[in-house]
Every structure is written in structure tokens, then in C-alpha cells.
Design a protein around this ligand. Structure first.
Ligand code: CDP
Ligand code: MG
Length: 136
């Protein structure tokens, strides 16, 4: 039975700055993640704080919000079979040092904070995050 899902992906400032957007998009398409929507935006720190509010109690929250708002990002809706989990696998572990070979974070991530991409971690969060950037 087919299980097509949508998920939210963000190419973070470190990767946009290094002109990695096209290379990262090729990796998504190679893995059967269709890019249904894509836009380059620059969010405020307040918007980043709202987006990442699940992490508000974490010691890295303030730096994380400063970072995501520090430069342009590319937000995308990816679609495909089991897209939520598929995207997480294609991204690799949060810490690039621990990410598997050929994952986006292994290939391009600089550090645990500058790890090049965000991806929704559940179907429910994917819906919330897609609405956050693409409602209206
Ligand atoms: O992005 P992912 O879902 O893999 O990781 P997370 O645990 O949801 O954390 C969100 C983001 O916070 C990460 O992608 C990192 O950019 C950042 N982070 C950090 O700066 N330091 C940590 N120790 C953990 C996460
Ligand atoms: Mg997460």
C-alpha cells in the first residue's frame, strides 16, 4: 500500500552561504523525495524562536535561534513514499561526526549546530512545520 507523505526540509544558512542548495536538492531527488515547494527566505530571530519552540528549555536554544535567522535559508516541502523517515535518513545524524556516509550532514555539515539541514521528525510535526512556512 502506498504511504505518500509530505515533510518540511530547511537548508540552513551555512549551506546556503556555501552555495550547496542545488547539490542538496539533487540528493533529495535521487532519493525519490520530490520538491513540491521551495522558497528562499530570511527569517527574524523571533520567527526562529517560534519555529524551534520545542527546544526552548535546551541550553542551545538561544544560539540555535540566532543561527537560523543569521542568513538566508531555503524552505521546502518534500513529498514521497515515507517521506518523513526517508528525509531523516538522507539527512543523517544531528552531529555530522556521527552521521552515516553519503548523508547530507556527513557530506556538508560543519558541526552539530551548523549541520546544513533541518527535517521534520514526525508526520504531526511535518504538518505543523509545513503550515508554519507555507500557509496562505
Ligand atoms: O535537527 P535534528 O532534529 O537532528 O536535531 P534536534 O535535536 O531536533 O536539534 C535541533 C537543532 O539544534 C539541531 O539540528 C542543531 O542545529 C541544534 N543543536 C545544537 O546546536 N546543539 C545540540 N547539542 C543539539 C542540537
Ligand atoms: Mg529535530
Amino acid at each position: 500500500m502506498s504511504n505518500v507523505q509530505n515533510t518540511l526540509s530547511i537548508i540552513k544558512p551555512d549551506a546556503v552561504e556555501r552555495n550547496l542548495v542545488d547539490e542538496i536538492k539533487i540528493i533529495f531527488r535521487k532519493n525519490n523525495l520530490e520538491i513540491k515547494e521551495s522558497k528562499k527566505i530570511h527569517i527574524t530571530k523571533e520567527e526562529a524562536a517560534e519555529f524551534y519552540k520545542v527546544h526552548q528549555s535546551k541550553p542551545f536554544y538561544n544560539d540555535l535561534c540566532s543561527y537560523l535567522s543569521s542568513g538566508p535559508i531555503v524552505v521546502m516541502i518534500l513529498s514521497g513514499e515515507n517521506a518523513v523517515l526517508k528525509n531523516r535518513k538522507v539527512m543523517g545524524a544531528t552531529d555530522p561526526k556521527k552521521a552515516e556516509e553519503n548523508t547530507i550532514r556527513k557530506l556538508y555539515g560543519i558541526s552539530i549546530d551548523k549541520n546544513s539541514v533541518h527535517g521534520s521528525d514526525s508526520i504531526q510535526n511535518a504538518k505543523i512545520e509545513i503550515d508554519f512556512f507555507f500557509k496562505n
